[in-house]
Design a protein around this ligand. Structure first.
Ligand code: HEM
Length: 331
């Protein structure tokens, strides 16, 4: 009641000042961290450290911060406090030695909007649904050759195509990034939808472009702003909207592929991840575990995006390393 009386005595300036102070205190209270929280740069109210981040070269920015604050440091990206783990020793400690403690995925506004079902797909899934889906994905990918000699044949075949493309450059300087993406993605396509695409295939190139543009935008200042202020950003025009149009285009393509698979599915002879998932949908009646057609599109999307981006980037860094230290090649 006293608060109401105070507000009645204020003019417009006073009310604005009151609202601002209220939001400032709320922001401070919401973002308090425990005493043993890793150190990090001072964060601004509301936006945290977003504005001081070089989102085009986050790895450079993070390395500099690790030099100052150590290999485990913290940042605030909009609403979320994040801990960045750097150095081989600490990364291994977090994702191998203490894997169980770091298994859950945090809330993320971009993902909340894209994955139209709770805890959908593989990447942001949590709890029992994640356990079941992850186990299913791993065993299915192994059935179709992951980590086995059978996949090596497909990889060798893909390398032949890659080599032809590289030779067609006739020794002129070129960026191998796009070619690596083609080759790696084709291996994942083989596992997920049982086929490879010609590099010149328009659909394939559109899909790869949508994936890389979507991933780049998600990590950019626009993605960070969307994650920080989703209720405002979803009504504003801007590049952040392209994250969803790009990802939805890939999802549409996968849904199309799922329909094709359904037409010529032979339950006694699954050809790939999509077929095996469709068969499992019939056996698994508990819809809380995510064996639905909608979730199949999300899981396939995750395999495609996670598999392509990570492996192509790892190969590019390896190539850079071998070029910089040619003596390693002889070993
Ligand atoms: C050199 C290649 C790769 C690297 C460096 C890499 C790295 C990673 C890392 C660090 C994670 C997070 C792990 C965690 O949070 O515990 C992850 C998750 C994941 N990766 Fe990879 N990955 C690679 C290849 C692949 C491939 C080829 C596929 C698909 C065929 C794939 C699919 C996934 C999926 C679906 C997840 C989420 C799994 C989950 O949350 O349960 N990755 N990857």
């Amino acid at each position: 009641m006293w608060l109401y009386d105070v507000i009645l005595t204020l003019d417009v300036k006073g009310i604005l000042l009151f609202i601002f102070s209220f939001l400032l205190i709320a922001d401070f209270i919401r973002n308090r961290t425990p005493a043993n929280f890793p150190p990090g740069p001072k964060a601004l109210p509301f936006v945290g450290n977003i504005l001081s981040l070089d989102t085009k070269h986050p790895h450079v920015c993070f390395s500099k911060l690790a030099d100052i604050y150590g290999n485990v440091f913290s940042l605030r990206l909009g609403r979320q406090s994040v801990v960045i783990v750097s150095s081989h020793k600490m990364v291994k400690e977090a994702i191998v030695t203490q894997a169980e403690n770091f298994v859950d995925r945090p809330q993320n506004a971009v993902f909340d909007r894209f994955y139209t079902e709770p805890s959908g797909g593989l990447f942001i899934s949590n709890g029992e649904k994640w356990k079941k889906q992850r186990r299913f994905a791993l065993s299915t990918l192994r059935t179709f050759g992951l980590g086995k000699n059978t996949l090596e044949l497909s990889i060798c075949e893909e390398i032949r195509h890659l080599q032809e493309e590289i030779e067609s450059e006739k020794g002129k300087p070129f960026s191998p990034a796009g070619l690596f993406n083609n080759a790696v993605s084709n291996i994942v396509c083989q596992l997920v939808m049982g086929k490879r695409y010609e590099y010149s295939d328009h659909k394939f190139q559109t899909m790869l472009k949508c994936i890389s543009d979507g991933v780049r935008l998600e990590g950019s200042i626009w993605g960070q702003l969307y994650d920080a202020f989703p209720q405002v950003m979803k009504y504003l025009p801007g590049p952040h909207n392209n994250i969803f149009s790009n990802y939805n285009a890939v999802r549409e393509l996968l849904l199309e592929e799922i329909q094709k698979h359904k037409k010529d599915l032979d339950p006694s002879n699954p050809r790939d991840y999509i077929d095996t998932f469709l068969i499992e949908m019939e056996n698994q009646k508990d819809s809380n575990l995510g064996f639905t057609e909608n979730n199949l599109a999300f899981c396939s999307f995750d395999l495609l995006v996670a598999g392509t981006e990570t492996t192509a980037t790892t190969l590019l860094w390896a190539l850079l390393y071998l070029t910089k230290y040619p003596e390693v090649q002889s070993e």
